[in-house]
Design a protein around this ligand. Structure first.
Ligand SMILES: *Cc1c(COP(=O)(O)O)cnc(C)c1O
Length: 367
């Protein structure tokens, strides 16, 4: 049997390093509730990400729901259907109505030229996604938000460490959500963070993960329990020491993929974004069956026969989910629909070797 390669593989620090990091927890017995590890990670990540304020959560999804709660939004949120389930589910679970904007065809981020037509008197916010780590057109999004008095919340789950013009993407918008899930570029096993400029938001963002309590007895808000534990924070402290090296290794794999696939007729790769320092989170490939002869699904099956498991990120669109059947017309986002039918996301992780990439490309290019 050929070596199994999955779309991703969690990066891990050396075992001894993690064991060493969690040792003091046996003395302190402080296992969760913003302990020493949590506070240290917060300080270090603020610096690493270049953001002014940062709050942690048990996962990215609850971080996103908390952001929507803390901004006291009501009505419609303009968002993208070409994303992971979490983005849309967070909007709906917060009692808001998603209004789906199409994506642009080069990077699959929200098409800024199609936003304004969707603004109504009920619109309260825009929730774009830096999908695959590709950075949204924040200048245009900000201008529209300003004109119509809308909040901007970025789903930056894919964009850990990504910088535009030297600035971390977490500094864009009112609030940006990072996911620290095990499969992301940087992780705390499960975990998430919110970055924001307005330090006035902090008290509420923190209380919302503590049952809505500012103090120890009374609850002033309708909160949840979404705290990050010390074991998660300890994993983050270890991983932060290695993440630059991991990104470098991912970059080498991406460069090899590009060498092998960029000039192949019928294969489309994302263009490199100007002034963006990438984190090489994903490697999406567009298969045009009219030129390439094999379609996306056939290619996924062919790779699977060789024990290589690429993923159809993102298929289906979130607006097509069974739970939303009939509520959102998919004809209104044709570029996103087309992307969901043609893109295969190839394996990419720090330990993926040049030989692995070559094996994957050989199978793809086999006639
Ligand atoms: C991973 C992810 C999330 C949710 O993050 P979790 O930490 O897994 O809850 C949200 N949005 C996108 C686009 C993601 O990929």
């Amino acid at each position: 049997m050929e070596k199994q390669i999955n779309v991703t593989r969690s990066s891990m620090p050396p075992f001894e390093e993690y064991v060493n990091e969690i040792k003091d927890l046996w003395d302190s017995r402080w296992l969760t509730n913003s302990g020493a590890k949590h506070q240290k990670l917060e300080k270090e990540l603020k610096k690493y990400l270049g953001v002014e304020n940062l709050s942690f959560y048990s996962n990215g999804h609850l971080a996103l729901e908390t952001a929507l709660n803390a901004l006291h939004l009501h009505g419609e949120v303009i968002t993208t259907p070409f994303t992971y389930a979490s983005t849309t589910q967070a909007i709906v679970r917060c009692g808001l109505t998603p209004v789906f904007c199409d994506v642009e065809p080069e990077w699959y981020t929200m098409d800024p030229n199609k936003i304004e037509a969707l603004v109504t008197e009920k619109t309260c916010a825009i929730l774009p996604v830096h999908v695959y780590g590709n950075v949204c057109d924040d200048k245009k999004i900000e201008a529209i938000a300003k004109k119509h008095h809308l909040k901007v919340i970025y789903d930056a789950a894919h964009a850990f460490g990504v910088k535009v013009n030297g600035k971390g993407v977490g500094a864009l918008g009112d609030i940006a959500m990072y996911s620290f899930h095990a499969t992301k570029v940087f992780h705390t096993i499960e975990g998430g963070g919110l970055a924001y400029h307005d330090s006035g938001l902090r008290k509420e963002l923190e209380a919302l993960k503590m049952f809505g309590m500012y103090g120890k007895e009374d609850a002033e808000l309708i909160g949840s329990n979404a705290k990050m534990t010390e074991f998660q924070a300890a994993m983050g402290l270890c991983n932060l020491r290695h993440v630059d090296e991991w990104i470098k290794q991912r970059k080498a794999a991406v460069e090899r993929y590009r060498e092998r696939l960029s000039d192949v007729p019928g294969i489309g790769l994302c263009k490199i974004q100007k002034n963006v320092e990438s984190n090489y989170a994903y490697f999406p490939v567009y298969f045009d069956e009219k030129v390439f002869k094999k379609n996306r699904d056939e290619m996924a099956d062919r790779l699977a026969k060789h024990n290589i498991f690429a993923r159809k990120y993102f298929y289906p669109l979130t607006s097509e989910f069974t739970v939303y059947q009939g509520r959102f017309p998919i004809q209104k986002t044709p570029v996103a629909y087309n992307a969901s039918r043609h893109i295969l996301t190839l394996p990419l992780y720090s330990e993926l070797t040049t030989e692995d990439v070559d094996r994957i490309c050989d199978i793809i290019l086999e006639k």
